[in-house]
Design a protein. Structure first.
Lengths: 407, 389
């Protein structure tokens, strides 16, 4: 290493060497480097940016630079945090990292973390695949009299090891990134159907349009495909109502959507409320041994989701729908609504609950909380699974004339 | 008019954003343990210099949980009297996720001291989603103190009252099963009536605080009914897999044989308490548990650390009560097992183990690191510890 004001006297030392100039032009101008034949400048707009750039930099030919970028998930890295005005103090502390040299990073002068440094530290969060006791880990030394506790704790939190699928709270894991796309496509599809149907399908009743809209929200891409397949068909009138000529599989998809469109979002909403307020659990001695699961949080949540969705969907949706379409006694209408909702919800739940259980309880290393993207993702994919499972069963019911799929 | 409306909307947004930011209680100075002034360190070790169990428990929560935001706060707080067997049992079964609870102590006068109470306030537990958002798990805490927690801190408390640690293990097993809808098939078993029973099991307790497996007590020469109940609940291939902490002088062969009726029996044992814990640090048992054609669940127990690149917690073997809460250091952060040591020197078993896991330069850029937490005053530990790499 040669300091800027020592270049002239060290011409021989720099001869035939690959030279890296660290710092901006205003500190070390090109004219000051006239004796150096060629060099590569590593610079940035301010010390914090430059420190991060140096942390990431690596020249593979000469081996110069840390190369501690986002993808280096196997390294036991040490870092030394200091404030630019206390940089010498920071350099004096470097021997603390005796065996694995520390990369210097800067706080800002007020004791906080510059955005670039904050983002870089987040990128250094290590993930675990089997257990958090596996390496690697990062270690930070702080040599600053001004760094705030809040900044220190944020830094500490940034590098807390987390499981691979979600990379922990705040961070965005690979599975979460896919889930965001999945949910976005669903919501966009739902909004599209809502707008499209309101302009192009005035003859379709609102509850049916709402079912398609909400159903498509939790059925990304497939919802839109089925919607067009269901309504881009010849239609006719029957008993004053519009009917569409559909093949049996599309009829069964449309019939599934009527229950699913209300049931799945309702179950997600109920699950969210239960997660927000905490799952009720029971563990008295009476619920011991083989029936312990009756008091366990997940089964209790699933039972409440299932029953809640049946009751709300039957009374708030199916009953009013049937009331407008059929002339029957109230008790008969309620009975029929409950029966149909029970069948729909049971079929949807079959896929939805099974997937939720498998994904949350056995596949993910940590059960996500209600404020995790993974929580919504699980429920979204579970709903999708629920539809796919319920669809063939509805095909059978269409064949047996228990359900209708031409509305 | 439009400007007024916009300002009104901006004001509402401002209030909403300010309110949703939340606030932390600031650095842990309020707990009365000025960590930043007292902690001392070497390149590879940091000492938490508490002497008594309460101070250690506070230093540990100061260190692990910054509580400046929901995500680095505790899930809940566990509080027990200063009773080794009760605290040990609670740490085994409550600490791990999803609870994420460090251990604090009730004072010997039956009251929560001011500094522990302040720390409870600072920790701002998030509440356990899987258990009605409980924020405090109080084991054998007087009702007057529970009321104080509820009234003054407004925390949601779950109480457990069971003075017999054997029965407490059974009660916590039922509660855990309700929370996780499962009974973990791996069960650690320690001797409640042996003077060194807890010391032999300290490291395995650290594993449970980290991984949330089962725990039960036995007597040196017999199995209590509550423990039989715990084991009967398991439906693994061999019922359950039990790990006895200590040799046959701690848990007799007769008991091991009887346990064989309920489980596949393993021992995590050395010649003394130090080697039992180094064996635990290197111990790994994995393999068959149960399975079907399309799904299977292997058993997987133990740290299995036999190479560099890990973290360790060093604590004085005689300071049992102060060592128990430190297992949180193995549950968060760099993680790692507890190794018991003597005040003046490293026991031979620990020396041998550390020799095995000594780091070496893998390449010029990536030396694998070890790290150690040292628990206790400098007078209670030899300076030799601080030179450890």
């Amino acid at each position: 290493m040669v300091f800027a004001d020592e270049i002239e006297g060290n011409g021989a030392l720099l001869e035939n060497k690959r030279v890296f100039v660290v710092g901006p032009e205003k500190i070390l101008s090109a004219s000051g480097l006239s004796s150096v034949r060629s060099f590569e400048r590593i610079t940035a707009g301010n010390p914090a940016d430059l420190a991060v750039k140096l942390a990431r930099y690596r020249d593979t030919e000469t081996g110069f630079g840390w190369g501690r970028g986002r993808d280096r998930r196997t390294g036991y890295f040490q870092y030394l945090m200091t404030t630019p005005s206390e940089a010498l103090k920071g350099l004096a502390a470097l021997p603390l990292a005796t065996s694995n040299s520390a990369t210097v990073l800067y706080t800002d002068e007020k004791g906080g973390l510059p955005a670039i440094t904050d983002a870089y530290i987040w990128s250094q969060r290590a993930d675990w695949f089997v257990t958090p006791s596996e390496g690697p880990f990062r270690h930070f030394w702080v040599a600053s009299s001004t760094m705030s506790y809040k900044a220190q704790s944020r830094m500490d939190f940034s590098v807390e090891k987390s499981e691979y699928p979600s990379l922990g709270a705040v961070a965005l894991g690979p599975l979460e990134a896919l889930i965001i796309i999945f949910i976005f496509l669903g919501v966009a599809g739902g909004i599209f159907i809502m707008v499209h149907s309101s302009y192009t399908l005035p003859m379709v009743s609102s509850p049916v349009k709402i079912a398609w809209t909400m159903g498509a929200m939790v059925l990304p891409i497939l919802g839109i495909i089925l919607y067009f397949n269901a309504y881009r068909r010849p239609f006719y009138q029957e008993d004053g109502m519009m009917r569409w000529l559909r093949p049996p599989n599309i009829q069964s998809a449309a019939a599934t959507m009527m229950g699913f469109g209300y049931g799945a979002p309702l179950m997600i909403a109920i699950a969210y409320l239960l997660a927000y307020f905490g799952f009720p659990i029971f563990f008295s001695e009476a619920l011991n041994d083989s029936v312990f699961w009756l008091g366990a949080g997940m089964p209790v949540m699933m039972i409440i989701m299932y029953l809640g969705a049946i009751i709300v969907a039957a009374l708030m949706v199916h009953y009013p729908m049937k009331e407008t379409m059929m002339e029957m006694k109230d008790s008969m209408l309620i009975k029929q609504s409950l029966r149909m909702t029970f069948i729909s919800m049971t079929l949807v739940s079959l896929g939805m609950m099974t997937f939720t259980w498998w994904f949350m309880m056995t596949h993910l290393p940590m059960m996500p909380a209600e404020d995790d993207i993974l929580w919504f993702g699980t429920l979204w994919i579970a709903s999708f699974t629920g539809f796919v499972v319920a669809w063939p069963f509805n095909w059978i019911m269409i064949r047996k004339n228990i359900k209708h799929g031409n509305r | 008019m439009v400007t007024v409306k916009n300002r009104f909307i901006l004001a509402i947004l401002g209030i909403f954003l300010t309110a949703s930011c939340g606030k932390s209680e600031g650095p842990p100075m309020r707990a009365g343990v000025p960590l930043q002034e007292e902690a001392n360190f070497t390149a590879y070790t940091t000492r938490l210099p508490g002497g008594d169990p309460e101070t250690v428990s506070l230093l540990v929560t100061n260190t692990v949980y910054a509580s400046t935001r929901e995500d680095n706060a505790v899930g809940a707080i566990m509080i027990t009297p200063m009773d080794e067997a009760i605290a040990f049992t609670a740490m085994h079964r409550i600490t791990h996720m999803p609870v994420n609870a460090p251990l604090l102590f009730l004072g010997k006068d039956g009251r929560i001291s001011d500094r522990t109470f302040s720390e409870m306030k600072r920790l701002k537990p998030d509440g356990v989603m899987q258990d009605q958002r409980k924020q405090v798990y109080a084991i054998n805490i007087p009702e007057s103190e529970i009321k104080r927690i509820e009234d003054e801190l407004n925390y949601n408390v779950r109480t457990f009252y069971e003075s017999d640690p054997v029965k407490l293990a059974e009660l916590l097993d039922r509660w855990q099963a309700a929370m996780k809808a499962d009974h973990p098939d791996e069960v650690v078993i320690s001797a409640v009536d042996h003077p060194d029973g807890i010391k032999h099991g300290m490291g395995a307790m650290g594993w449970n605080a980290h991984m949330g497996r089962g725990f039960a007590w036995v007597y040196t020469d017999s199995i209590p009914q509550a423990t039989k109940e715990i084991l009967k609940r398991r439906y693994g291939r061999h019922g359950s897999y039990v790990y006895l902490t200590g040799g046959s002088d701690v848990i007799s062969d007769k008991v091991a044989k009887e346990l064989g009726e309920y489980a596949l029996v393993r021992r995590i044992a050395g010649d003394n308490v130090f080697s039992s814990n180094t064996v635990n640090a290197g111990y790994k048992d994995f393999g068959r548990n149960f399975g079907w054609a399309w799904g299977w669940k292997p058993r997987d127990f133990g740290w299995g650390l036999a190479q560099a690149g890990h973290n360790y917690i060093f604590s004085n073997a005689d300071n049992v009560l102060a060592t128990i809460p430190t297992s949180v250091l193995g549950h968060m952060g760099k993680h790692g097992p507890i190794l018991l040591v003597e005040p003046e020197e490293l026991p031979q078993a620990v020396k041998n183990y550390l020799e095995m896991v000594k780091p070496f330069p893998a390449n010029p850029q990536e030396t694998i690191l070890n790290f150690g937490w040292i628990i206790g005053e400098i007078t209670a530990k030899s300076p030799e510890m601080c030179k450890w790499r």
